[in-house]
Design a protein around this ligand. Structure first.
Ligand code: SF4
Ligand code: SF4
Length: 302
């Protein structure tokens, strides 16, 4: 089973547009929406939920009011001002440090798991999909990304799928790392702006650190051809292949409004670009998977 993660240094580079289009072009794939903070793939793919899994995040403090003598020691000890003068804990302010539980002389406080969201295994018109929804005020975490990837793998096994296509979170934080560890290749979607180039360098560094092969797609390459050239030179220096250059187009917005992928919506230049990008990515995936097998040490039987 091969795994591809589509990432970008920041949001809004067209990463989800491209991943959703891959979903419609790939045969035999599972889609994993690991951009859990701003999950929007479901708007295009319209998943039908098969299974729901509760996701718990941080532990938070809970007071047994029947044991509390209102001494206020916990309130004074809480560095996050999460305990009110009436000795009530605000679960959304509590950082789960456990100090109040430690200092309470009556043993009235215990740490409990807080539901932080839900993960889903679903089916879509393009095949199975794993995704998640965070609760209000919750932050994306590597743990939730790992749960989505686990569910994607289970779906791939259940339905005999050969590729998992992962829409990764933006940035370079722990949820990005959780979305790329152990994959066969990452596709970095970038834009020819100064911040785009900077973000590209950061994510390429992260992928390099984990020894994950990377390829690059320059989206809206024609908004600044000079910067696109800089990206190409940078990639050449790093030995990274630029597998696609997509023009600026309003097709992604129009397609999104009709809840379609770009390749479903139109046959124009943008969609053809995405189709050839997918072919190049598939070739790259096979190539890297082959190299990976080739890199394994040969063990001779004694
Ligand atoms: S430290 Fe314990 S007993 Fe004192 S106010 Fe807090 S919960 Fe109540
Ligand atoms: S666990 Fe920490 S942050 Fe939460 S209420 Fe207790 S002392 Fe405050």
């Amino acid at each position: 089973m091969k795994q591809l993660t589509v990432i970008s240094g920041k949001g809004g580079t067209g990463k989800t547009t491209i991943t959703a289009a891959f979903a419609s072009l790939a045969e035999n794939a599972v889609i994993a929406d690991c951009d859990v903070d701003a999950a929007d793939m479901h708007l295009i793919l319209k998943p039908e939920i098969l299974d729901t899994f509760e996701f718990t995040g941080l532990k938070v403090a809970e007071i047994d009011q029947s044991l509390c003598i209102k001494c206020g020691i916990c309130r004074d000890a809480c560095r996050f001002d999460s305990i009110s003068s009436e000795i009530m804990i605000d679960p959304y302010e509590c950082e789960g440090c456990g100090v109040c539980e430690y200092v309470c002389p009556e043993g009235a406080i215990r740490m409990v798991e807080r539901k932080a969201g839900e993960a889903y295994s679903s089916t879509t018109r393009f095949g199975p999909m794993a995704h998640a929804r965070l609760g209000i005020g919750e932050e994306a975490s590597g743990k939730l990304v790992t749960l989505v990837r686990y569910n994607a793998k289970k779906l791939a096994e259940r339905y005999g799928k050969e590729i998992i296509i992962i829409d990764g979170p933006p940035g370079t934080g722990c949820s990005v790392i959780a979305s790329i560890t152990g994959v066969d290749m990452v596709l970095v979607v970038t834009e020819p702006t100064l911040s785009g180039i900077h973000d590209l360098e950061r994510v390429v560094e992260v992928a390099g650190y984990f020894k994950i092969p990377a390829v690059v797609c320059i989206n809206k390459y024609d908004i600044n051809e000079e910067n696109s050239q800089r990206i190409e030179s940078y990639c050449k220096d790093k030995g990274i292949e630029v597998v696609g250059k997509l023009p600026y187009d309003d097709i992604p917005t129009k397609a999104m409004m009709e809840e379609k992928t770009v390749t479903e919506y139109s046959d124009g230049e943008f969609s053809s670009g995405v189709k050839s990008l997918w072919e190049n990515v598939k070739d790259g995936l096979s190539e890297h998977a082959r190299k990976r097998v080739g890199d394994l040490p040969i063990v001779h039987n004694p």
